[in-house]
Design a binder for this molecule. Structure first.
Ligand SMILES: Nc1nc2c(c(=O)[nH]1)N[C@H]1C(S)=C(S)[C@@H](COP(=O)(O)O)O[C@H]1N2
Ligand SMILES: [Mo]
Length: 320
């Protein structure tokens, strides 16, 4: 189901995003978002529905694309999980409206040669921006198909030069209760933490996302930079990342810390392993009619060909 349209070497260097363009469009977008945001809201099914209009420049043709209809923009940006901005699905679109993700820097530390604090632009702009339409499934048994824009996480990591001791990458979300009102409540042990094994992070599917539907990433979807690992449950896709640490030992993750019995480190989509409180065998595609049947959930969310080898020999009922 996963179609490879071209190999990375086919992408011409002219498709690489020039740094200045990336900057300019981002400031352009902020103005446009403010304008259209208020005007169209009432007419849309979810509060996140207004298209901001300005697009990311020079996004390369998809290398990876599932052959399914993308979930409408208004659902992708209006039905969210982002507890830093509230626990209701419509809260993030509403409460993240004033969040300003500029300027933004990301600390790179731990077992890595080029440890430093990087401006986001410095981390992203050396790489080719590409659009990848991935299936995306939440542990709550709903799913979407989203055209994400980002850069392969593997490319970013290679440039940073992890040492031979680096076995995991830990990710951290911004901690700032003034800007993220949900952090004033102890819902989770803030900041939100996630992690990947190094070979998972280096898998070609892992994407560092800075946009969707061709636009700069909306606040409610994790602006300005979030992770997307499409064979894992949605909670692994950490938003508003401010730190990436290369570690020798398995890092703590927020949901595992808060409910270890329900959420493991791996969190691979697996229809055969139920969440303790509900089945994972089926999913509701956001945007489907209320009357349409649920869809069968696929092993590794349908990405088994690409990632099953990462878990060869592991007991996936124990390593959930
Ligand atoms: N920092 C942070 N990242 C997060 C979350 C969160 O609450 N905080 N929720 C996760 C969950 S459970 C899901 S399903 C996805 C939702 O991403 P979306 O709102 O872009 O669909 O974000 C994930 N990343
Ligand atoms: Mo989720």
């Amino acid at each position: 189901m996963l179609i490879k349209h071209k190999s990375p070497s086919d992408v011409r260097s002219s498709e690489i995003t020039p740094r200045e363009m990336f900057f300019d469009r981002r400031s352009l977008l902020k103005g446009a978002a403010g304008l259209s945001g208020g005007v169209l809201l009432g007419a849309l099914p979810f509060p996140g529905g207004a298209r901001a209009g300005a697009m990311l420049p020079d996004v390369a043709e998809s290398l990876y694309k599932v052959d399914e209809t993308p979930t409408p923009f208004e659902h992708v940006t209006g039905y969210n999980n982002f507890y830093e901005f509230g626990t209701g699905k419509e809260d993030p679109a509403e409460n993240a409206r004033k969040f300003n993700p500029k300027p933004w820097s990301v600390v790179i530390d731990g077992e890595v040669e080029k440890a430093a604090r990087y401006d986001l632009e410095d981390l992203i702009s050396p790489h080719r921006l590409e659009e990848r339409t991935y299936r995306f499934r939440c542990v709550e048994a709903w799913s979407m198909v989203v055209p994400w824009v980002g850069v392969p996480l593997a490319d970013v990591i290679k440039r940073l030069g992890p040492t031979s001791r680096a076995k995991y990458v830990a990710f951290e979300t911004l901690l700032d209760p003034d800007r993220m009102p949900g952090q004033r409540r102890a819902l989770l042990d803030w900041p939100y933490l996630e992690g990947l094994r190094m070979d998972e992070a280096m898998n070609p599917l892992s994407l560092l996302v800075v946009g969707l539907y061709g636009e700069v990433l909306p606040n409610q979807n994790g602006a300005p930079v979030r992770l997307m690992v499409p064979w894992k449950y949605g909670f692994k896709a950490i938003k508003s990342i401010v730190r990436m640490s290369f570690t020798e030992t398995m890092p703590p993750t927020s949901w595992n810390r808060s409910s270890p019995h329900e959420y493991g480190f791996y969190a691979n989509v697996n229809p055969q392993v139920s969440h303790p409180r509900w089945s994972q065998a089926r999913e509701r595609r956001i945007g489907d009619s209320f009357f349409s049947p649920k869809r069968e959930t696929l092993m590794f969310n349908g990405y088994g060909e690409e990632v099953a080898g990462l878990y060869a020999g592991m007991d996936l009922a124990r390593n959930y």
